[in-house]
Design a protein. Structure first.
Length: 386
């Protein structure tokens, strides 16, 4: 097991009816900016619950944060924060709204010339404007971590940021919100969380027995509840396990003491930036090709995954590892998630070369757990994903 440090300061408030306790978590004298997405919260009752919980607070609202939080849109919110002297933010939404709020948390206190530099120069945020969240769409785990990914439409870029100052102070997780989520978004959430676990697990053995079994149990739970939650989102038992699995998949716990990959995300972000494909679906496109391309380096963990998660018992290490990749693809297909880029766009010619060039220009010369994947390797993996 590798050396590690672990601290997660986010308070989780989980269960039915917990939104009504929201006001207890925010400083009484706070001037609150409430951020949300396209307005679905006004149709499913969550908006009303939140507003009732915020009675007595001075609240300004900012809606319209898109599915991939856009830098240009967030700058409008940043202007409000500064003009209105906002002291606290509340993100009511899924990962995109929460990620956007994290960017604003960093940008509100940033003293540089352009907030984009936080992403462009990978500046770690040590202190941000405080915020909490009400999770409405389980998927990204952003409600209990300090990472964020922001899109800039004009340059077709999608970059990550983070730092210890960007943990939510609290996150309210009420599984009842799941019942209003469309099937497509549920499938995305399951795929996103599942791939988050793979990125922290599918590397090489380090004898971190507990972390491996934490990771395997999250994947097993997602596989078990996937057909239930997509068939009936009002199944509270399935919804609760789905929501908590998504949070546990990326709150930092399972990555401690083990190597991590994240090359799938780096490549997937480019496909979203270039084509607007749902984030989770880009991960499903890239992951199988990534594992096949890096098979020799990953076969031990692939085989372990095949045995423990998929129950494979027959064959050599190599054979079980190959079947495990196919099982992963089958799982995505069972959620009606396609795993080839050509299923999402006919305009994919030259994509691999373009992404490879971008990585070279940014100095991203060594991706993956061994930091050995060069832009030329990225090009080949993307080509395999066509």
């Amino acid at each position: 097991m590798l050396n590690f440090e672990f601290k997660n300061p986010t308070k989780i408030i989980f269960g039915k009816g917990q939104i009504e306790n929201l006001g207890k978590e925010i400083p009484k004298d706070a001037k609150v900016l409430m951020l949300y997405g396209g307005g679905s919260i006004k149709k499913n009752g969550i908006y009303e619950q939140v507003k009732n919980s915020l009675k007595g607070f001075e609240v300004i609202e900012f809606g319209g944060i898109p599915a991939n939080p856009e830098y240009e849109v967030l700058l409008d919110a940043l202007k409000i924060i500064k003009e209105e002297k906002i002291t606290y933010m509340l993100a009511v939404g899924g990962g995109s709204v929460i990620d956007g709020t994290k960017f604003l948390s960093a940008a509100a206190l940033y003293e540089g010339n352009s907030p984009w530099d936080i992403l462009k120069n990978n500046i770690k945020t040590e202190k941000g404007l405080p915020f909490g969240t009400v999770l409405t769409l389980p998927a990204t785990g952003s409600e209990m971590n300090s990472g964020s990914v922001i899109t800039r439409k004009e340059t077709q870029e999608k970059l990550a940021m983070g730092g210890p100052g960007l943990f939510p102070e609290f996150s309210i997780l009420d599984p009842l919100v799941v019942q209003s989520i469309p099937k497509r978004q549920l499938a995305n959430g399951i795929t996103d969380a599942f791939t988050h676990v793979l990125e922290q697990y599918m590397t090489y053995p380090t004898q971190a027995y507990l972390q491996d079994r934490f990771a395997e149990s999250i994947m097993q739970t997602l596989i078990e509840i996937a057909p239930r939650i997509t068939k009936d989102p009002s199944d509270y038992e399935a919804a609760a396990n789905f929501m908590w699995s998504c949070t546990m998949a990326l709150n930092g716990l399972i990555q401690k003491g083990v190597p991590t990959d994240w090359a799938v995300h780096a490549m997937g972000h480019e496909l979203t930036a270039l084509f607007g494909i749902d984030h989770a679906r880009t991960l499903a496109v890239v992951a199988p090709s990534h594992y096949r391309y890096n098979f020799e380096a990953k076969k031990e963990k692939l085989a372990q995954y095949g045995k423990r998660v998929w129950g494979l018992t027959e064959g050599s290490t190599e054979e079980i590892a190959q079947v495990a990749i196919s099982k992963t693809e089958d799982f995505f297909h069972s959620l009606e998630i396609e795993t080839k880029l050509s299923e999402y766009t006919t305009d994919y010619k030259g994509t691999a070369e373009k992404i490879s060039k971008r990585f070279t220009e940014r100095g991203w010369l060594g991706l993956g757990e061994h930091k050995t994947l060069a832009p030329s390797d990225v090009e080949k993996i993307i080509e395999m994903s066509y």
